[in-house]
Design a binder for this molecule. Structure first.
Ligand SMILES: C[S@@+](CC[C@H](N)C(=O)[O-])C[C@H]1O[C@@H](n2cnc3c(N)ncnc32)[C@H](O)[C@@H]1O
Length: 251
């Protein structure tokens, strides 16, 4: 197991219970929402109709998204690295009486056959914490031809504007954009991102075609349980999160 995967598993095992408690009001199972300011999928329509589709959540955490999509008729698999996050996921799926296949593993090497899914997606899941040079080809491998890969994560803008001394997002560009790849966080986790051109080249090399890049802009007065991610005023001016929507070529 690569060291960042071991560190991230330890990190998520350590914070899982506190994380679930802190964000339970925001992590909806009735109306799934994207990101830090909870923008409803109903408004963005990024996943389309999931009924009857085989869907993989790539870093499912407590499986709130998986439960919501299973209720919309998807055949759901929730993959996660953390035993503790999966324990919360198991509790939720049992309590809600919803069928979701929960699988422990890393999104960098998923123990499932090629072309198993119509849709692979995550909302700040494995695409934040695993190496995109591994996860992007892995998602492409797991998708059927014509299948969709949709994921929300922090933007490169956010990484460039973090003041490392205070861990705050500021209105200045402070950090190197071009060397963006692996970031060792102060909390012991490791996160990943890439410059925009590098994302696009990686998608193309993996047989994925870009359909959209949706830059999430929270509405005025939006609230969040993720205080400290970025000031609302900043996120209204610059994109703090974005959703890539890419499709596997229909060969
Ligand atoms: C922020 S949570 C995302 C889940 C949910 N959407 C949410 O917002 O709570 C990130 C999840 O990614 C998982 N994760 C981190 N690295 C992973 C990897 N390499 N493979 C699969 N899951 C991973 C963590 O265990 C954690 O449950």
């Amino acid at each position: 197991m690569p060291d960042h995967v071991a560190k991230n598993r330890e990190y998520w095992n350590r914070i899982a219970s506190e994380y679930q408690k802190e964000h339970e009001t925001q992590l909806g199972i009735v109306e799934p929402t994207w990101g830090v300011w909870a923008i409803p999928e109903r408004e963005l329509g990024l996943l389309g109709d999931v009924a009857g589709k085989d869907v993989l959540e790539f870093g499912c955490g407590g499986a709130q998204w998986s439960v919501a999509l299973a209720r919309r008729g998807a055949r759901m698999t929730g993959l996660d690295l953390s035993d503790e996050q999966l324990r919360h996921a198991r509790e939720l799926t049992t309590r809600e009486g919803v069928s979701v296949t929960l699988l422990q593993g890393s999104a960098e090497a998923v123990p499932l056959p090629d072309a198993s899914f119509d849709l692979v997606f995550c909302d700040h899941g494995a695409m934040t914490f695993a190496d995109p040079y591994k996860t992007v080809p892995e998602a492409a491998r797991l998708l059927r031809p014509g299948g969709l890969f949709v994921f929300n994560m922090a933007t490169p803008w956010l990484y460039v504007a973090i003041d490392k001394a205070t861990d705050r997002v500021v209105p200045q560009l402070l950090n190197d954009y071009f060397s963006l790849h692996r970031v060792e966080e102060d909390d012991g986790s490791t996160s990943f991102n890439l410059p925009y051109g590098e994302w696009i080249r990686l998608f193309r090399r993996s047989g994925l075609v870009v359909e959209d890049l949706v830059e999430l802009r929270p509405p005025e007065g939006a609230t969040t349980t993720y205080e400290g991610y970025a000031p609302l005023e900043w996120a209204r001016k610059y994109p703090a999160e974005h959703v890539w929507k890419v499709r596997r070529e229909a060969r």
